[in-house]
Design a protein around this ligand. Sequence first.
Ligand code: FAD
Length: 440
Amino acid sequence: MTHEAAGQSTRIVVVGSGFAGFECARALTRRLAGTDARITMISPHDYMLYTPLLPEVAGGILDARFVTVPLSEALPNVELVKGRVDSVDLDSRTLHVTDCEQGVENVSWDRVVLTPGSVTRLFDIPGLAEHARGLKTPAEALFFRDQLLTQLELAERDTDPLVARARRTVVVVGASYAGTELTAQLRALADEAASRRGLDPKEVRFLLLDAADTVMPEVGEKLGRKVLEVLRSRGIDVRLETTLTELGPDHVTLDDGTVVPTRTVAWVTGVTAGPLIDTLGLPTEKGRLTVRPDLSVEGHPDVFAGGDAAAVPDLRNSGSITPPTAQHAVRQGRALARNVAASLGIGDAKPYTHRDMGLVVDLGPGFAVANPLNIQLSGFLAKVVTRAYHLYAMPNAANRWAVALAYLTDLLFPRPLVSIGLVTDEESRFAASEGVGAQT
Ligand SMILES: Cc1cc2nc3c(=O)[nH]c(=O)nc-3n(C[C@H](O)[C@H](O)[C@H](O)COP(=O)(O)OP(=O)(O)OC[C@H]3O[C@@H](n4cnc5c(N)ncnc54)[C@H](O)[C@@H]3O)c2cc1C
């Protein structure tokens, strides 16, 4: 029996505290203020992660806490259940939740909003899950910062020049915006470390690989060419139409047979919907849950979904689905709130539609590219626009303040070269940090 039918308050459960779930819960508290509705959020974390700034956490500009928005502060009227939804019983309207100590709880709903986001897309490449790391979580971002600084320190005292060279080599696979931003930030961190040690920065080698024939297709050909130019001018060896065939603890093998000795490999080649979506037994498109234009699930009027986990029809681009970006996830979160409220008789439902506003991409010291509203910007002006945009988009005043101060600190002082070592090797692996194994 539902809460509505039993005469109890209506319960809306939001699964996931990413951009879509967070915005949905926030907008729902406003839309349903004054009603008896109870809003519950289930997430393994007590924060909303502002992922676009993870490369700057890896690069040592920002602290991980600055990019995690506390739910207790930002969503004071939402009940938080800290745990992971393992399965969804659509008939009995119940979610099965496991917490971090393996305690289990069943949570029932009148309306459920599924926003479990995405995880790194892995392939069946030998050694990938063990020896590469992704960039979807604070643990992974902190791993890269610590790993790079530790390897540079060890290289300095290594008596075997070949091992020292491997320690000073970083391989990033995936030259879309996330991988390119990560490469640029790690390059800047390595340059700072080299200059403090009197080492030629060229001694620290960076390879950026992509199976495609261009970098950052999201920003268009002209800005993409500019990015390529800047990356190469910083000594980054960009190899397009190239990927990995195998990884070991001290090397990777490229698909042209070249063996590159390295201890640091980032795998940032794209995402796939969170594993929960696969367990639902509902129709999917490209692995994402199929939803109608109003973000409800066909045949289940009490189930809604959005963000990276959902295949949302792109009404401005007939026949396609919206790309997995924060820009869409935020707006889909608000549309979810509107349409869930409408399903309870409050307001009117509307199909989701949004015109792409462009991207901002920070590429390290003094450089960024951005194409807001299709205006192509690069260099210092793009850098100002990019940083201003992140401060504007950060959904909590204390986080905004912390990030603004960190940007100011970055203008006045060199990057701190500190590997605090909070994340173990095990904790940063895909399985532990993102909950994913190999997918095909
Ligand atoms: C490094 C990086 C940089 C990016 N930069 C940009 C950018 O500049 N601009 C842009 O538009 N987009 C950017 N993106 C993409 C953007 O982060 C995603 O599109 C966005 O996070 C999707 O939001 P979401 O709410 O759907 O999912 P997510 O943000 O992934 O959140 C999903 C939430 O669900 C939780 N969850 C997962 N499974 C379960 C479960 N079973 N039970 C309970 N909770 C669960 C997760 O823990 C998480 O809290 C970037 C992504 C990365 C990784």
